[in-house]
Ligand binder design. Structure first.
Ligand SMILES: Cc1ncc(COP(=O)(O)O)c(C=O)c1O
Length: 374
């Protein structure tokens, strides 16, 4: 079998992209708020159902800048169960990450654990909509309002996700997207900050352009995080395909669920009522005791069969040398995250994944199970 990776980007027809490139070559306007950049910001805001979008070169720079925009300092409460960039963004801003535990079902920051982690130095909460499943946004906002904290969502997995027909990006003070090649919506590299008012949008745009407010005014030590015209042009084309791509992902997810739902020791994630999902990931959680083999044994077996799942998110960020000295990084503080990280494998999911490939993957998962269907 051909190698199957956890994801593969869906790209538009090359000929379509070439037409946009010709325009860029013609205009010689390659970056700095060009025509495609402006058009993509507008169309993206419309598609997502949000007020303001500021495009970025990638999601990490967008996270770093989001913290700067709100002048976040001191301590920020966040999750250890995410991609390292979430915590690195705090580190780059000289902010102390304070890890709180996750809920065992959806693996998002547990609101019950946030309050206990608040200190006089806490200025914000940075939750992550892990796998695109929405955090408990109302509870988190209530805590933020009570303690006067800002909320910045790492929404890098949550492109297009809605809660009761409202974009999940409309919650919190700011939300950050990634358009990396592994994401549901990709511009190869890219990202965005979503905000809800024009003044904040302006400040975000200053900060991604070295802090320039105009030709002679620099308001803050901004960074160069601008999206270029090629990325923006690709983004415009990708918008045309996104709904179809999400529905193809959904089809694969449903097939996985059909095939894997009755395997003892394998837990799946269900859809949540009222949520429009994007099917960004297909995590399964292996219980060695019930399944009969460990997560790593299954992971290696899949690899031997050319199937490259990923153990998102293992190891936990709190295990990395930069962060493991923090008192909140102790395993006893985050027992649920520790347990979940030991059992997870994200199976391949992407629009071009074929039905027979899903079947093949499911067969391998089934063949190792103690409760093989007879
Ligand atoms: C949860 C999360 N946060 C942040 C990032 C960083 O985004 P980027 O790769 O666009 O810098 C990613 C993905 O790469 C991610 O999955």
């Amino acid at each position: 079998m051909e190698k199957i990776y956890v994801t593969r980007p869906a790209l538009p027809p090359l000929a379509e992209f070439t037409k946009y490139l010709e325009q860029i070559w013609e205009s010689k306007w390659v970056t700095n708020q060009g025509q495609f950049h402006q058009q993509f910001e507008k169309e993206l805001a419309e598609y997502l159902g949000v007020k303001y979008v500021s495009l970025f070169a990638n999601g990490t720079l967008a996270l770093v800048s989001a913290l700067q925009v709100l002048r976040i300092t001191g301590e920020v409460i966040t999750t250890p169960y995410t991609f390292v960039a979430t915590t690195h963004a705090l580190h780059w801003n000289n902010i102390k990450p304070v890890f709180a535990d996750i809920d065992p079902v959806f693996c998002n920051l547990d609101p019950e654990k946030i309050e206990a982690a608040i200190t006089p130095q806490t200025t914000a909460i940075m939750p992550v909509h892990v796998y695109g499943n929405p955090c408990e946004v109302d509870k988190i906002q209530e805590i933020a309002d009570t303690y006067g904290l800002k909320v910045i969502y790492d929404a890098c997995h949550a492109f297009g996700v809605e809660k009761n027909i409202n974009s999940i990006l409309n919650f919190g003070d700011l939300s950050v997207l990634s358009f990396h090649g592994t994401k549901v919506f990709t511009t190869m590299e890219g990202g965005a900050i979503i905000c809800h008012d024009e003044k904040t949008k302006k400040r975000i745009d200053y900060l991604k352009n070295f802090g320039f407010a105009d030709e002679v005014t620099v308001v803050q030590p901004g960074i160069n995080a601008k999206m270029n015209e090629m990325q923006a042009a690709l983004g415009l084309l990708q918008l045309k395909e996104i709904e179809e791509n999400i529905s193809k992902r959904r089809k694969a997810a449903l097939q996985y669920r059909d095939n894997l739902q009755n395997i003892k020791g394998i837990r799946l994630m269900d859809d949540i009522e009222g949520i429009k999902h994007n099917y960004a990931y297909f995590p399964i959680f292996v219980s060695q005791r019930e399944y009969g083999k460990s997560r790593d044994e299954l992971y290696e077996k899949l690899k031997k069969n050319n199937i490259y799942g990923r153990r998102y998110f293992y190891p936990l960020i709190s295990h990395f040398p930069i962060y493991r000295g923090l008192s909140s990084a102790r395993s006893s503080n985050i027992p649920v995250a520790e347990e979940i990280a030991k059992g997870v494998i994200c199976l391949p999911i992407f629009p071009d994944l074929k039905g027979r490939e899903v079947e093949e993957i499911c067969n391998i998962v089934q063949s190792d199970s103690l409760s093989k269907p007879s």
